[in-house]
Design a protein around this ligand. Structure first.
Ligand code: 5GP
Ligand code: ZN
Length: 116
C-alpha cells in the first residue's frame, strides 16, 4: 500500500467502490467519470506506479492481470462487440492516477485510436 494513493485506498476498502471483479491479485471497478457506456478499471492490487515501472519480476502478476482483464470484459458482455483497452503511462500518456490500471471502454464504437 502506497500512502496517499487513491487506488490503494480503493483496494483497502477505505474508499468504497462497486467491486465488479476481485481476486487475490486484481480488482476491477467502474471509473468514476465514465467515458463510454461501459468504463471499468482493472488494477493489480499491489501498488505499481505505471507500466514504465515494470521489471522481469512482474511477469507472472502482469500475465494474471491481463488475462483477468479479458475475463472482466467477458463478464461485462463487451467482448463480442469489442472494446478499447487503454493503459496511460506518465505525462505524455496522460496518466492521472499513478497506480497501474487498464481501462476497459465499450458499449459503443470507440472511434479513432488517438485524438488528432
Ligand atoms: P488515467 O488518466 O490515470 O489513466 O485515468 C485515471 C482514471 O481514474 C480516470 O478515468 C478517472 O476518472 C478515474 N478515477 C480517478 N479517481 C477515481 C476514484 O476515486 N474512483 C474511481 N472509481 N475512479 C477514479
Ligand atoms: Zn496504489
Amino acid at each position: 500500500m502506497s500512502e496517499n494513493c487513491i487506488f490503494c485506498k480503493i483496494v483497502a476498502g477505505t474508499i468504497p467502490v462497486k467491486r465488479v471483479y476481485e481476486d487475490e491479485v486484481v480488482l476491477a471497478f467502474p471509473d468514476i467519470a465514465p467515458q463510454a457506456p461501459v468504463h471499468v478499471l482493472v488494477i493489480p492490487k499491489r501498488h505499481m506506479a505505471s507500466l514504465a515501472a515494470l521489471t522481469e519480476a512482474d511477469r507472472g502478476e502482469m500475465g494474471h492481470w491481463l488475462e483477468r482483464l479479458s475475463h472482466v470484459a467477458r463478464l461485462l458482455g463487451v467482448d463480442e462487440a469489442g472494446y478499447r483497452t487503454i493503459i496511460n503511462t506518465n505525462a505524455h500518456g496522460g496518466q492521472e492516477v499513478f497506480h497501474l490500471h487498464g481501462h476497459i471502454l465499450g458499449g459503443r464504437p470507440m472511434g479513432p485510436m488517438v485524438a488528432r
